[in-house]
Design a binder for this molecule. Sequence first.
Ligand code: FMN
Length: 659
Amino acid sequence: MSEAYPKLFATIELAGRRLKNRVTHASMTTRMGHEQRPTAQQLAYYRNRARGGCALIVTEPLNAWRMQRAPHKVRAWTDDALSDLARWAEVVESEDCRLLGQIQDPGRGRHERGRNPFAWGASALPDDLSWTVPHMMSVADIAQMIEDFAGSAARLQRAGFSGVEISAGHGHLFHQFMSAWCNTREDDYGGSLENRLRLTRELIAAVRAECGTGFIIGLKLPGDDGVPGSIGPDEAAEIAPALCTPGAVDYACFTWGAHARSLDMHIPDAHWPRAPFRDVIRRLKGTVPGVPVMAVGYITDPAEAEAIIATGDADLIALGRPLLTDPAWPTKAKTGREREIRYCVSCNSCWGRIMEHAPLACDNNPRVALPDEVDYWPAIASHRRRIVVVGAGVAGMEAAWIAGARGHEVIVLGAGAEAGGKTRLHSQLPGGENLSSIFDYQAVAAKRAGVRLELGLRAGIEDVLAPAPDVVVLATGSSLSWPRALPAAWRDDGLIPDLRALMPDLLPLTERQGGTAVLFDMDHTEGTYASAQVLKRLFDRVVILTPRDRIAEDTPLVTRLGILRRLSTLGIEIMPLCEPAATSSLEEGIVFARNVYTGSETEIGDVMLLTYSTPRTPDDALAAPLRDKGVEVHLIGDCYAPRTVMSATSEGHAKGHEL
Ligand SMILES: Cc1cc2nc3c(=O)[nH]c(=O)nc-3n(C[C@H](O)[C@H](O)[C@H](O)COP(=O)(O)O)c2cc1C
């Protein structure tokens, strides 16, 4: 048992099956399946999480009903799937980790563009986000679905799975049946709460009848779906005891949000307080005596998890994103190596990835699903080289620690007083604090790897060449480009600062500046809107101009919803299809917003500040002169081409291995 986290690492039994501790892996779609079968990459993903020390894993949703045919989801509804399922069970269960298959259907819910033409639902009512109107399921459809799900559960049991999790939360199909907001049926499955619960109750009973009492049945239920007229904590407190009785259900897990403007509750980012649903979980746990409760939702730290178990607020902790970022989170916590955990930074890039139909990936874990991912430390290189890394941002630091750990002599030259580059600046903005986990981990690893940091120096050619490097890695980042809509000559006046240069000056200010701040947005990522929040703290009016038809387009939907809510709450104005016009006059406090299609101009008055966040250009000025001197030069991160944090860390990681 761990001394630091004795409750978190205490054993527990579910359905008579032993769990070695209380840390579980929440279901997350990996998008790694292919043609309805598990891939080697997917099995490695699950094996790694089991090896990392968690006690139970819930798989991503399976194709467990004959109507479910998504190619990236593993099939469980036919017997020819048995050997695939058995392999999956083996790789996880052999690590003393219980494996549960998830039974779920999104119903009318859809997070992507367009509508789902194959959706089923309780009623023919539109989904709040996609406006998909589902086919209303008949009683015969429901019966067949339940029969298939129960049959698939039995197949999972035969394959060696320890149980199933029925996902009746997050706004999915079973949740939709429970909610009066989307269920207006007049038959036995609609109307009274008892009728709305009937489908889930019958499903639980059917699985139990097929699989018996020694098979774990977990139930994800709505805790608060955040939709007016749907299921809040009060109705959740009626639903939970109605469905969760000892013997029927082996654990309950309360979930947050729905397929609606509350979708961001599902995966809270750092604009939320930590463990934001703990109070509701405690209350709901009180309604289901004798049934273990699993807490989920923005729990990232072992001390938080320990406190939740120790106070009795929950019996189990489910970690989604934190185990994606570091599968060895449990082992490191248990053995007092918390500082070596690569912590989830709650950026939700992982969610953005699967929405783009790409395999799950992480800003702060460049090795997701690689065979040696768990507790990774690189092997020593065959030849030792002297490497100068120019730039101490997250690309440069990632390359540096990997190269150092491989035995190279590594010197990092950084312009800032501390490592982290632009990501450090972002971490100082509202909702950015968790990003520090990227460069904090890199700093710990770099120290362990013997990397030498020389900070506070904007390196010139002589500085780079002074240590006589065998190779130079340029990770010097990028700068915001001057808006082409404005005369180039204005650039030298210094009256229109770029947003990144401006923020360090504005962040410490507490005194209101008054007037209007205009922000020209050709960035559409989170830092720009976090900066807009800072502007609103200081200026009376903030107006965002963008040439696109909406803002925040390059953020995952879950992130965008939060951005739109915060900007709306703060009264920040958005002018789409606009750019600042050359007719603007900062001296007179006037910016004209020019419609990019019609050329018509709208006056914005009392302007104290015009700033811009635009596509970046690489700061690669050192590359050519170094190459002229015969030096081997590699460019990584924004300095190669301006992209995302994920590109920066993964490219730095790869470069550190390549040298
Ligand atoms: C990329 C991603 C995919 C997810 N996919 C599913 C899913 O398929 N089924 C499900 O029940 N929950 C899914 N979730 C929600 C998680 O199970 C969990 O409730 C959520 O991430 C909050 O936990 P965390 O803060 O520990 O990440 C997903 C979450 C993420 C980040």
